[in-house]
Design a protein around this ligand. Sequence first.
Ligand code: 5GP
Length: 210
Amino acid sequence: MDLPSSGKGILFVISGPSGVGKTSIIRSVLERVENVVFSISCTTRKQRPGEIHGMDYFFVSHQEFESMINENKFIEWAKVHDNYYGTPANFVFDHINNGIDVILDIDVQGALNVKKNLTGGKFVFVAPPSYQTLSERLRRRGTESEEKIQKRLDTAKKELSCIPEFEYLIINEDLEHSIMNLISIIYAERLRYERQKETERVKRLLLEVQ
Ligand code: 5GP
């Protein structure tokens, strides 16, 4: 399926290993950039302290998640570290069709599935400055057991090898810098002539000089 290249919203798929800082970057970008929304995923994972149902995730049971898969309600879904995560399709397509950009925060296998099924998405990989930094960050977060952290690090190694499949790469060394980088990507994509050519302003301007 092709996403619209002009006159509609843009789909930004932000991916990278867990613990790399994607969520913090995205949160700030949403506060600073107009006309962009965050796609709230469904997950079967347990709610962490401080997380809000319907804001961070829709926390659902395995049974509910499976029904949603069978009803084709996801653009993509994946099993990440023993839990299921999925991107609800309606929300994404409704916003894109209404000219509003959508940001997904999903794991690497999910992002590669979106890339396979939807042309026109913009794919951004967020990487740690080094593998060592990622390991330290995951431990500092303190939300997972040592065994789970080890599992996440093994997955991260495989995920980092997928960097070349992405169009954009942000190395998250400094949060503020990474926020500015993601904002730059969003504005650069919005400023493409291809994106603007159907707007009244551009059509009028070109007519004036014919
Ligand atoms: P966490 O459990 O730490 O919130 O997220 C674990 C991983 O799942 C992160 O890499 C996050 O980006 C990813 N994730 C969150 N929502 C989705 C989704 O809808 N689909 C996929 N494929 N991954 C997701």
